[in-house]
Write a protein that binds this ligand. Structure first.
Ligand SMILES: Cc1cc2nc3c(=O)[nH]c(=O)nc-3n(C[C@H](O)[C@H](O)[C@H](O)COP(=O)(O)OP(=O)(O)OC[C@H]3O[C@@H](n4cnc5c(N)ncnc54)[C@H](O)[C@@H]3O)c2cc1C
Length: 432
């Protein structure tokens, strides 16, 4: 890591808003309280408002403070960990899950269009890219399986798809592309502010209890009584006594961004398309270009957070490791340094699938996107809103729905297991 790499406590995409909405104070009543103002919570609140419900949205910091503004911006239909896992663990349910994941991407694109959100979206898809011949053979097999499930994918050769020289080809997910997630959440926050949703930021929910006619949701300075509440707190659900026990295992993921790269140098490195890339490692690496002429990249070694999930900056050795990965994949750019780094919490689940359901009477939840929620969070937030308003469950929500859930521990998301995954990846790098 260069000493000049700025380690940010929030996001490299945008700054925090100048002003937050007033915290909840006193008592009030409404139809639905949405807890958490990320993509899940904001899309649910907007949809409920559109359907005529009286909605209160409570967010502990400001809308977009969590993963929604910090992510790498790959709008992708990846679901179920990685495609190999989908093929092995969920072979029977795979067609339904694939349908859900593709629908989520098209939904997010339509939402961006209908809200008029300018978020530097570049369609053209993403590639789960192979670095070796072995990975190419594996990719070809997976494409056969997923295409049979109806996925919008194809097997591509590296040159034909405009991938950097290190990548031989792989699985092109045609649906989706790359965008600036900071702009997306900032514009959604503006849409919430100009709607009839009652937005209260700096309002951390401390308790949710059953009450006559529904639930009572408390913050430090106020209480809302409502018929129902929706938990849209993703990784933060781990520490909430009102969320299902063990529903998510949070991991802290680090990203970095290069300094601006001189025009023509990415093309010289073979990257002639704007497709986003992720590797087929045990723990993926991701790479994507930005509108400001930089590359945002990261992952490699996620960390298990100790204590309460709050503000933090990336650790220097982890930043150094993701930068090493960038230089290995782009040897002609070894002189390009990382200007800044940041990170955020993703929510892994024991099944590697998102989860939705009713945690307790009138307490609903939609979360656990396993690092792929940029499209799935707004889609499931909206489907949950429809469910809360009408009582009817869309087929894509039904695939994930759990009443009275019991979640198992997730042994793969511990420090030693992650370090082992990282070590396997580094051995495989030497065999490329
Ligand atoms: C570094 C990184 C890279 C990623 N890259 C990608 C990618 O390229 N593509 C992709 O598809 N996905 C990616 N993801 C995942 C994606 O960002 C998430 O799945 C998605 O944003 C989840 O949205 P959310 O609204 O459910 O959660 P969040 O955005 O985390 O929102 C949860 C909100 O709840 C609030 N909250 C917490 N506790 C309370 C409380 N007690 N009371 C009130 N509010 C509370 C938090 O402040 C937060 O704003 C990435 C994530 C990270 C961290």
């Amino acid at each position: 890591m260069s000493p000049a790499t700025d380690r940010l406590p929030f996001s490299g995409w945008i700054d925090p808003p100048d002003e937050a909405s007033p915290p909840l104070a006193g008592e009030r009543e409404c139809d639905v309280v949405v807890v958490g103002g990320g993509l899940t919570g904001m899309s649910a609140a907007l949809r409920l408002d559109e359907l005529g419900a009286d909605v209160v949205l409570l967010e502990s910091a400001f809308c977009g403070w969590g993963a929604s503004s910090r992510n790498a911006g790959h709008l992708t239909p990846t679901i179920g960990g990685d495609p190999q896992l989908l093929a092995t663990l969920f072979r029977k349910r795979a067609p339904e899950l694939v349908r859900l994941a593709d629908a989520a991407v098209h939904f997010a694109e339509a939402m961006i269009g209908s809200l008029g959100i300018e978020c530097e979206y570049r369609p053209g898809g993403n590639v789960s890219a192979a670095l070796s011949e072995g990975q190419m053979r594996r990719a070809e097999k997976i494409v056969g399986f997923l295409a049979g499930c109806g996925a919008e994918i194809e097997f591509v050769e590296g040159r034909e798809a405009g991938l950097p020289h290190a990548f031989r080809g792989g699985i092109l997910e045609r649906a989706g592309g790359v965008l600036n997630p900071g702009l997306l959440t900032r514009r959604m926050r503006a849409a919430v502010e100009s709607s009839d949703v009652s937005l209260h930021e700096r309002s951390a929910v401390e308790s949710i209890e059953a009450a006559t006619g529904g639930v009572e949701v408390r913050t430090a300075a106020g209480v809302v009584r409502a018929e129902r509440t929706l938990l849209a707190t993703n990784a933060f659900a781990r520490d909430m006594p009102f969320a299902p026990p063990r529903v998510v295992a949070p991991l802290y993921v680090t990203l970095a961004e290069t300094e601006p790269i001189a025009p023509g140098r990415l093309e010289d490195a073979g990257w002639t398309s704007t497709k986003g890339l992720y590797t087929q490692h045990v723990i993926l690496e991701s790479y994507r270009q930005t509108k400001r002429g930089t590359v945002v990249f990261g992952s490699r070694l996620p960390q298990v957070p100790r204590g309460v999930l709050g503000a933090r900056v990336p650790d220097p050795p982890i930043v150094a490791d993701v930068v090493r990965g960038f230089h290995e994949r782009f040897p002609s750019l070894r002189d390009v340094s990382a200007e800044r780094a940041w990170g955020g919490f993703i929510a892994m689940t024991p099944s590697w699938l998102p989860v939705a359901g009713e945690a307790g009477r009138n307490v609903f939840y939609a979360l656990g996107y396993n690092g792929h929620g940029l499209s799935q969070a707004p889609y499931l937030g909206t489907l949950m809103a429809d469910r809360l308003a009408s009582g009817e469950t869309h087929d894509d929500l039904a695939v994930l729905w759990r009443d009275a859930p019991r979640y198992q521990p997730a042994p793969l998301f511990t420090g030693p297991a992650l370090r082992l995954g990282w070590a396997i990846d580094r051995v495989s790098d030497r065999m490329l």
